[in-house]
Design a protein around this ligand. Structure first.
Ligand code: MG
Ligand code: ZN
Length: 218
C-alpha cells in the first residue's frame, strides 16, 4: 500500500465505526443483545443457529441477520425455524459492514427481539476488522479445520469474547488437539472461554446456551 492510500482507508473505517455506534445505540434502546458469529465457510454457523433456536425456543425471542456473498439458502432455513430473519447479500464482499446491518435493522421487528444473531460472511480474516454494533463476538472453528488456525488467523481469535469448537462428533477421526488449540487461543486472548460442542449430537450445547442466557441477562 502506498502512503497516499492510508488516509482513505482510515476515513472508510471511521465512517463504519460511526454507523456501528448508531446501530449499537438503536439495538440497546430496544434492549436487544447482539452476537456477531464469525468463522470460515462451512464451520457450522447456520447449523449452530438452528440448534440454538430449537433449544431456546420460547425462552428467548431470537432474530437473525444472515450475511452471505450470494444466495439466501441459509436465511430460508432460519425462516423455516420460525424466527424473523433478514438476508444480506454482499455481492462478492467478504465481510459485513455496519451500513449493511443498519439496513437489515430497518427490516426487522426490533420490538419483538431479545437476542439478535448476526451471521457474518464465512471468512476468518476481515470480519474481525469491522464493528457492526454488536455486543459480543463469537468465533467458531470446526474440528476438520485443524487446531493450528489461531497461528494463521490471530486477529480473529485475539478480539473475540468466546470461541466455539464445532463438529466435535468427528473428533475420533481427526488429529485435532483440543488442549493445544486452547493453549494457542489463550496465548492470544486469555479471557475468552473455549467451548467444544456438536450441534448434531447436542454434546456441549448446554454450556453455549448458558453463556447466551448470561449475555442476555447482562
Ligand atoms: Mg451459513
Ligand atoms: Zn472482507
Amino acid at each position: 500500500m502506498t502512503r497516499r492510500q492510508i488516509p482513505v482507508v482510515e476515513r472508510i473505517l471511521s465512517a463504519n465505526d460511526r454507523i456501528a455506534a448508531n446501530n449499537r445505540e438503536r439495538l440497546r434502546g430496544h434492549g436487544i443483545t447482539t452476537v456477531n458469529i464469525m468463522s470460515s465457510p462451512g464451520a457450522g454457523k447456520t447449523t449452530l443457529l438452528l440448534a440454538t433456536i430449537r433449544a431456546l425456543g420460547e425462552a428467548c425471542k431470537i432474530g437473525v441477520i444472515e450475511g452471505d456473498v450470494a444466495s439466501q439458502v441459509d436465511a430460508d432455513k432460519i425462516a423455516q425455524a420460525g424466527v424473523p430473519v433478514v438476508q444480506i447479500n454482499t455481492g462478492g464482499g467478504c465481510h459485513l459492514e455496519a451500513s449493511m446491518v443498519q439496513q437489515a435493522l430497518n427490516a426487522l421487528p426490533l420490538e419483538e427481539i431479545q437476542l439478535l444473531f448476526i451471521e457474518n460472511v464465512g471468512n476468518l480474516i476481515c470480519p474481525a476488522g469491522f464493528d457492526l454494533g454488536q455486543d459480543y463476538n463469537v468465533a467458531l472453528l470446526s474440528v476438520p479445520e485443524g487446531h493450528d488456525k489461531p497461528y494463521k488467523y490471530p486477529s480473529m481469535f485475539e478480539f473475540v469474547d468466546l470461541v466455539l469448537v464445532t463438529k466435535t462428533d468427528v473428533l475420533p477421526y481427526m488429529d485435532f488437539d483440543l488442549a493445544e488449540f486452547r493453549r494457542l487461543v489463550h496465548g492470544l486472548n486469555p479471557r475468552a472461554p473455549v467451548l467444544p460442542l456438536s450441534a448434531r449430537t447436542g454434546e456441549g450445547m448446554e454450556a453455549w446456551l448458558e453463556w447466551l442466557e448470561a449475555a442476555v441477562r447482562r
